[in-house]
Design a protein around this ligand. Sequence first.
Ligand SMILES: Nc1ncnc2c1ncn2[C@@H]1O[C@H](COP(=O)(O)OP(=O)(O)OP(=O)(O)O)[C@@H](O)[C@H]1O
Ligand SMILES: C[C@H](N)[C@H](N)CCCCCC(=O)O
Ligand SMILES: [Mg+2]
Length: 219
Amino acid sequence: MEKGYFITGTDTNVGKTWATIALMRYFKSQGKSVVGMKPVAAGCLMLDGRLQNEDALLIQENASLQIDYDLINPYAYELPVSPHIAGVKDPVRLDHLAVKFELLKALADIVVVEGAGGWYTPLNEREAISDLAKVLALPVIMVVAIKLGCINHARLTHQAIKQSGVNCAGWIAVCTDPELLNGDENILTIKVGVDAPLLGVLPYRESADFNFFAEQVQI
Ligand SMILES: Nc1ncnc2c1ncn2[C@@H]1O[C@H](COP(=O)(O)OP(=O)(O)OP(=O)(O)O)[C@@H](O)[C@H]1O
Ligand SMILES: C[C@H](N)[C@H](N)CCCCCC(=O)O
Ligand SMILES: [Mg+2]
């Protein structure tokens, strides 16, 4: 089994966090110790005297052991905008994130790392999420929100992941739209067009049922 996975998506707001928590709980159910990381978070609130992000807090809560917030989320930016804009005064440094990642890696069997935005979302003036995934040398899992337009987004993102030279371990379909027609056919079309395994389908749920979601994934 791999030491960890890097979770990217076809866009922001596609279900990366829900899929990340589902995977963390899945690995726990397999008897593994798990920690998670949200290396860069844009959109934070001041809590206990420091900026904190809800994805990172959820990841912290779901770890097998207690981990300091700073290790889970080294870059916590206040504004919910692209990280290269939110972080203009304190830009992301990939070498800094690599050090934090190594520390986390030593603590558990598996580290699940949630990206920010999509594959080419900029982290600073020069580098994007794709560069971070390469530096961490993790296989990538692509999260696809099953909604109108997702077939094109899934094909584009998968092609870009392959072009970056990293291994795509698979993809997860997240049904975020209760009104969508022909959801199953959308999933089937992506499955046929993308040469990476479908690791699970998270059905639409009014509220996050992470134990149920964990039962829907397999890797
Ligand atoms: N299985 C599901 N059923 C219903 N709604 C869902 C499901 N998964 C995700 N959602 C909805 O989609 C929203 C975005 O999901 P999530 O926060 O996981 O996205 P994200 O890709 O992590 O976003 P960001 O780029 O901000 O990190 C959730 O707040 C929820 O409203
Ligand atoms: C604020 C949001 N929820 C994410 N944290 C950041 C998404 C940045 C997307 C930038 C882009 O690719 O255009
Ligand atoms: Mg998220």
